[in-house]
Design a protein around this ligand. Structure first.
Ligand SMILES: O=C(O)CCC(=O)C(=O)O
Length: 383
C-alpha cells in the first residue's frame, strides 16, 4: 500500500477533539435520533438542518447481519490482492464498481484504504446484487442480507425526513430512491498505518460530501470518521464509532431538494494508527434515477422564496461529479447564491411544521510503502 502524508487539513490538534472534555463536546454536537421514538420525524429534520448528520438508533438492522458482513468482509480483505481482483471481476465490468485499493475514482484521488463498491441494481424487492456473482458466496450472502435491511432503514429515514419537513406525501423522498438503479454499497477497509508507512494522521478517505440523496454508514469499533460542522469556520469533530448505530448523512441532492434547509455534510476519514485495529465501514448510498430532476420541491417553498440552485438531473450531476476530485465543491456550479451566506435560522423558521403525513409507502415494512504527499484535501469522484 502506498503511504500518504496527511494533508494539513487533517489536524489532530483540533481543539474539539484533543481532551476528553473536548471530545465529549464534539460528541454532543452529533445528534442521536431513536428512529422508533414518537418524536423521530422532528428530531431527524432538526439534525439534518443543523448538522446534516446524525446517529440513528433502533434502525431495525439486526446486529447479527452487520456482524456477519463485517466478519466476511474482513476475511475478503485478508485475501491476496490477485484473489480480490478475481473475485470482483463481475462487478468490475462496470466501472467504477469492483475492488479498489488506494485510488479513489479516476482523477488522482488516493486514500489509505481498499474497498469494494457495488451497485445494488434496480429491483429494491430483490436481494440479489448484480455485480456480486463472482464474490465468495458467504460474503455475497452477507452483503445481500445486509443491503436488504439497510435499504429498509434508508426508506424509513427518508419517510421521517419527509414527515419532518411537513411534506404531504410521506414517501415522496423514499420513492426517488427505491428502485432508482442508483443505490450503491461500499465496504471500506482501512488497515492501521505503521511508522515505516510514513507519518501518523494519514488520509484514509479525503474530505467530501456525498452527492446522492442519503447515505447510511455502519462501522466497526475503530475510530477515524470526522465530520465538519456547518459554517465556514466550524470545526471538524470526531465521530465516536458505534457498531450498533447507523450514521446518516444528508447528500448534495437532498440539500438541493430542500432548497438548503437540509445541509449535506463534509466528512473524511483518518487512517488508524499503529496499535489500532483496521477500520471497516459499510456505506449505503441512495441516489435518484438518472432522469430525476433535482430542484427544490415546490411544496417546501414559501411564497416568494427563490431557488438557491439551477436545476439539474441526477444523471447530469453524476457525470459532472465524475470529472471532479473529491474535495471539490460539486454543487458550486449550480448555486444561484451561496448557501453558506443564507441565514440558517431563517431557513429553519421557513420550514413548514410537520403535518399528518400520509402513509403511501407500501413497501416500507419492509507494504512496500513509498511516501506520496497528497495535495490538499482532495479525494474522489462520485461513488
Ligand atoms: O469509511 C468511512 O467511514 C467513510 C467513507 C466515506 O465517506 C465514503 O466512502 O464515501
Amino acid at each position: 500500500m502506498v503511504a500518504i502524508k496527511a494533508p494539513s487539513s487533517i489536524d489532530h490538534a483540533n481543539p474539539l477533539t484533543k481532551s476528553p472534555k473536548a471530545a465529549a463536546a464534539a460528541a454532543a454536537a452529533i445528534p442521536t435520533v431513536d428512529l422508533s421514538s414518537p418524536g423521530a420525524a422532528r428530531a431527524v429534520a432538526d439534525a439534518c438542518r443543523g448538522v446534516g448528520f446524525f446517529r440513528a438508533t433502533n434502525h431495525g438492522i439486526p446486529s447479527s447481519l452487520a456482524a456477519a458482513l463485517e466478519a466476511r468482509a474482513m476475511a475478503f480483505f485478508a485475501l491476496p490482492h490477485e484473489d480480490k481482483v478475481d473475485a470482483t471481476i463481475a462487478a468490475a465490468a462496470r466501472r467504477p464498481f469492483g475492488y479498489g485499493s488506494r485510488s479513489i475514482g479516476s482523477n488522482g484521488d488516493v486514500g489509505w484504504l481498499e474497498y469494494l463498491l457495488l451497485s445494488l441494481g434496480s429491483n429494491s424487492n430483490s436481494s440479489s446484487i448484480p455485480g456480486a456473482s463472482s464474490l465468495p458466496p458467504s460474503l455475497r450472502a452477507a452483503l445481500e442480507e445486509y443491503t436488504g435491511a439497510v435499504r429498509n432503514a434508508s426508506g424509513k429515514v427518508l419517510e421521517l425526513m419527509a414527515e419532518g419537513l411537513g411534506m404531504q406525501e410521506r414517501c415522496a423522498l423514499r420513492r426517488m430512491v427505491d428502485g432508482s438503479e442508483e443505490e450503491l454499497v461500499r465496504v471500506n477497509h482501512y488497515p492501521p498505518t505503521k511508522e515505516e508507512d510514513c507519518v501518523a494522521g494519514m488520509t484514509g478517505f479525503g474530505e467530501h460530501t456525498d452527492p446522492q440523496i442519503i447515505s447510511l454508514l455502519r462501522s466497526n469499533r475503530t475510530a477515524g470518521l470526522q465530520i465538519k460542522l456547518q459554517g465556514p469556520d466550524a470545526p471538524w469533530v470526531n465521530v465516536a464509532p458505534d457498531p450498533d448505530s447507523l450514521f446518516v448523512n444528508v447528500g448534495d441532492c437532498l440539500q438541493v431538494l430542500t432548497n438548503g434547509r437540509f445541509r449535506s455534510v463534509k466528512h473524511r476519514v483518518v487512517a488508524p494508527e499503529g496499535a489500532q485495529a483496521s477500520r471497516l465501514s459499510v456505506i449505503y448510498f441512495g441516489g435518484p434515477a438518472p432522469a430525476q430532476r433535482i430542484a427544490p420541491l415546490p411544496e417546501l417553498m414559501r411564497e416568494g422564496e427563490q431557488s438557491l440552485y439551477r436545476d439539474f438531473t441526477w444523471g447530469e450531476y453524476k457525470a459532472a461529479a465524475y470529472k471532479t476530485r473529491l474535495g471539490d465543491n460539486r454543487l458550486g456550479p449550480y448555486e444561484l447564491r451561496n448557501v453558506a451566506d443564507t441565514n440558517p435560522t431563517a431557513l429553519i423558521t421557513a420550514s413548514k411544521e410537520p403535518t399528518a403525513a400520509d402513509h403511501c409507502c407500501s413497501n416500507s415494512s419492509s507494504s512496500s510503502a513509498a511516501c506520496v504527499v497528497v495535495q490538499p484535501p482532495h479525494v474522489a469522484q462520485v461513488h
